[in-house]
Design a binder for this molecule. Structure first.
Ligand code: NAD
Length: 470
């Protein structure tokens, strides 16, 4: 029989666990939701009186305001959260392994393993354990082995896979009206019952036909597949953008024409300096590793190319900037607008801005950075990590962090749009132009700005997927 879920615990209060379970709490006032994390500062921020939450997502503050203290709680007491819950989401980080077997490709499942061991050792009653983290295919099997080997008598664990498809920047609307909710379970009676229990939770606001129930391994693989195919679309359009730049074709026109085909569709066909974020690259590398482990080298090579093309696109854009500025940017001031990996998030993981600035540092350029949502401390942390060969105070001599786009652009010779923040469209470009050294260059890595209007003002504009100085 399916159990009626009344208490949920989510292990991991990050970009996924926080918003996902906050929305569950909002939509299901009859369910008590406790989100736990090892990080005291993160939990303090979730509990902060002024709602200075640890992550920025449009609409998130209102969701948390709607239910925190009512049926939504944040805590570092992981054991208590586990003990009380009848359903536990595991939403911990699964980064790419940095060393050892599979380094650079395989997912580091250490956090998943530790969370699973903790569930096994603490639980005093049966639980439904839900993989929310993105994991390699058949991870649920390893979790089951750990749980069964360490559980107390009388405790049984049913494992589900429920990967998260939200996109940062639109997380709340994605969670309110998801394209689909995917739940994978073993095809046993117990597995199907557990699946139904979780489906009941989502059905409080998600239409039944959008809740897909599949086998465990299909569900795990579907998440990797979805991210790989989305990233592949970006790499495909970016590969075409290079051809456009060399031929005089316009990538917007080409993508528009291709996307008009109903078999292709118009979404996710925007050329750019490359994709970033914590997921696309990591999940494709994970798929590459999985393919290699399964002795499918051609399949591995196919997916590897999606990541390689993305790296190429970032490098190519950086090189184009230097080439255009008379082949040297040494001593020149460059304003980098945007540091987050995309608009409407403060997340900087795998951001194109980091790659660009890393390379500008080698060229000994002077760099002004502005991002509306990324804290200054995060920018220094990322740059320090990107350039371990340079001391932070040396980086700080080359880089200034600015409080506005206007401040960043003052006296600059070039402006690089690294993130598609809407506010960059609304800058007073005439005033910016007046304050810049001439010739004044704009490099639009996000196809955000009106290139013709900027050219009319006097800027030398270079955008992705079009010949320079249009
Ligand atoms: P995150 O790093 O923001 O959050 C993970 C949190 O888990 C951290 O706060 C960490 O302190 C906590 N944690 C780790 N081990 C713990 C433990 N044993 N007990 C308690 N807390 C623990 O990561 P994220 O971006 O939320 O991603 C989580 C998972 O979701 C990953 O597998 C990721 O691939 C996947 N995912 C992410 C996104 C996204 O857009 N960020 C989207 C879909 C899926």
């Amino acid at each position: 029989m399916p159990v009626q879920v009344t208490k949920i615990c989510c292990i991991g209060a990050g970009y996924v666990g926080g918003p996902t379970c906050a929305v569950i709490a909002l939509k299901c006032p009859h369910i008590q939701v406790t989100i736990v994390d090892l990080s005291q500062p993160r939990i303090d921020a979730w509990n902060s009186e002024d709602f200075e939450l640890p992550i920025y997502e449009p609409g998130l503050v209102d969701v948390v305001k709607g239910c925190r203290g009512r049926n939504l709680f944040f805590s570092t007491d992981v054991d208590k959260g586990i003990k009380e819950a009848d359903l536990i989401f595991v939403s911990v980080n699964t980064p790419t392994k940095k060393s050892g077997v599979g380094a650079g490709y395989a997912a580091d499942l250490n956090y998943v393993e530790l969370a699973t061991r903790q569930i096994a050792s603490v639980a005093e009653s049966s639980k439904i354990v839900v993989e929310k983290s993105t994991v390699p295919c058949r991870t649920a099997e390893s979790m089951r082995t750990i749980l069964e080997a360490n559980s107390k008598p009388g405790c049984r664990f049913d494992i589900l896979s429920n990967p998260e498809f939200l996109a940062e920047g639109t997380a709340i609307s994605d969670l309110f009206t998801p394209d689909r909710v995917l739940i994978g379970s073993l095809q046993t009676q117990e597995g199907k019952d557990a699946c139904q229990s979780l489906a009941e939770v989502y059905s409080n606001w998600v239409p039944r036909e959008r809740i897909l129930t599949v086998g465990l391994w299909s569900s795990e693989l579907s998440k990797l597949a979805a991210n790989a195919m989305l990233a592949q679309r970006i790499s495909s359009v970016n590969a075409l953008s290079a051809i456009c730049e060399a031929t005089g074709a316009n990538i917007d026109e080409v993508a528009g024409a291709v996307g008009f085909d109903s078999r292709v569709g118009p979404k996710f066909l925007k050329a750019s300096v490359g994709f970033g974020g914590s997921c696309f690259q990591k999940d494709i590398l994970n798929l590459v590793y999985l393919s290699e482990s399964l002795h499918l080298p051609e399949v591995a090579a196919y997916w590897r190319q999606v990541v390689d093309l993305n790296e190429y696109q970032k490098r190519r854009f950086g090189k184009r900037i230097v080439d255009t500025m008379f082949n040297t940017i040494t001593g020149k001031r460059i304003a980098v607008l945007g540091f987050a990996f995309k608009a409407d998030t403060g997340d900087t993981r795998e951001s194109a801005a980091i790659t660009l600035i890393r390379d500008f540092l080698s060229e000994r350029a002077r760099i002004n950075v502005y991002d509306p949502k990324v804290p200054e401390s995060q920018i220094w942390l990322d740059l320090e990590e990107a350039r371990p060969d340079i001391k932070l105070d040396a980086i700080q001599k080359q880089v200034s962090i600015c409080q506005s786009a206007m401040e960043a652009c003052a006296d600059a010779e070039a402006i690089v749009i690294a993130t598609e923040w809407k506010e960059f469209k609304e800058i007073d470009w005439e005033a910016v132009y007046a304050n810049m050294k001439k010739p004044a260059f704009v490099f639009d890595g996000r196809l955000l700005l009106d290139a013709a209007a900027l050219t009319k003002i006097g800027f030398k504009v270079t955008t992705i997927g079009r010949p320079s100085h249009i």
